[in-house]
Design a protein around this ligand. Structure first.
Ligand code: ZN
Length: 314
């Protein structure tokens, strides 16, 4: 179920993007504790796993169990990443709120990351959409599509904005509910982010939700958040302690840091529904299970400024 009375939606993606390329398996019970504790801190939305063949990503061999536990939590919107119809069928069995379809704007990234062309990916998306539409009304999952490499690709380099707009248009016309504009390898800068989000929101904002997924690879993650915010975006992915990365972005830091994102948004007067004092202790689950991973974040180090005005409840 979704929590509706907030100004801006933050989504935790650490349990998917954060751990997908790590060798250390995070035990199922620990993943579930992470989800429960973060939900108790007010996190409204979490992408909790990926329904992929366990042979490919053993980290998600417990996806069904993790997603089932997440769905039992009140007021938490649960989404899961799927690369194909088979993954969507597994997610549908659990009854998750939202299915996120894996897709890249860049042809080369699509081929290397998903082993398929963008046209093949789109054809698979249509199968997932048909699965959604075959469900009785009221039982349909929300269907989102990722727009990975929207600002650049480590194989192709610069990705023109017109390519992103064309890709978004194709998915909107095919009936997607939401698009996630993703800076997968941290090539974006605030000027380009503002331009692209302004265009996408102007053209498609009335039809679909437009979300932002930034990585902090080159230190511009939060600046990009603010640029997207000014363009009208109210939906942001981040991961606790900035866990994560991309196997195709060597030496990259991970997703933007959730704690710092919440601090930025609250300072901008936008209610996130998240209690930072309750959120910080959840980092312990990461350090306990992944002691070799660096924990990022400056809010955690410096704390709350004296007299800081958290946004009033929406
Ligand atoms: Zn990512």
């Amino acid at each position: 179920m979704a929590k509706t009375e907030i100004d801006v939606i933050c989504r935790e993606v650490g349990l998917r993007d954060g751990i997908q390329s790590l060798k250390t398996f995070v035990p199922t019970a620990e993943k579930i504790s992470w989800i429960r504790q973060e939900a108790a801190a007010g996190m409204p939305n979490m992408q909790v796993c990926s329904f992929v063949p366990p042979k490919l990503l053993p980290q998600f061999s417990d996806a069904a169990e993790v997603a089932t536990a997440a769905m039992a939590i009140d007021d938490l919107w649960v989404s899961t990443l799927v690369p194909n119809l088979k993954g969507a069928e597994a997610a549908l069995k659990i009854g998750v709120d939202e299915i996120d379809f894996m897709n890249s704007v860049s042809e080369s990234h699509s081929l290397s990351n998903g082993r398929r062309s963008t046209d093949q990916a789109f054809a698979e998306f249509e199968r997932v959409r048909d699965l959604r539409d075959a469900q009785p009304e009221g039982k349909r999952f929300k269907l989102a599509a990722g727009m990975a490499t929207s600002f650049g690709c480590s194989i192709e380099g610069h990705v023109p904005q017109k390519n992103v707009l064309k890709a978004v248009e194709r998915f909107v016309n095919a009936g997607v509910d939401e698009v996630m504009i993703a800076d997968t390898v941290g090539y974006g800068n605030p000027r380009d982010v503002h331009q692209l989000f302004s265009q996408i929101i102007a053209e498609f904002g009335d039809t679909v939700l437009v979300g932002a997924h930034f990585h902090d690879t080159r230190g511009l993650g939060l600046a990009n958040v603010y640029a997207a915010l000014e363009a009208g975006c109210r939906r942001f992915d981040a991961s606790l302690a900035g866990l994560g990365g991309c196997p195709f972005a060597p030496n990259a830091t991970g997703n933007i840091v959730m704690e710092d994102l919440v601090f930025l948004l609250e300072g901008a007067g936008l209610d996130t529904g998240i209690d930072l004092a309750k959120l910080l202790p959840v980092r312990e689950i990461i350090s306990r299970n992944l002691p070799e991973e660096p924990l990022h974040g400056t809010y955690e180090k410096a704390g709350t400024p004296k007299g800081f005005p958290f946004a009033p409840a929406a």
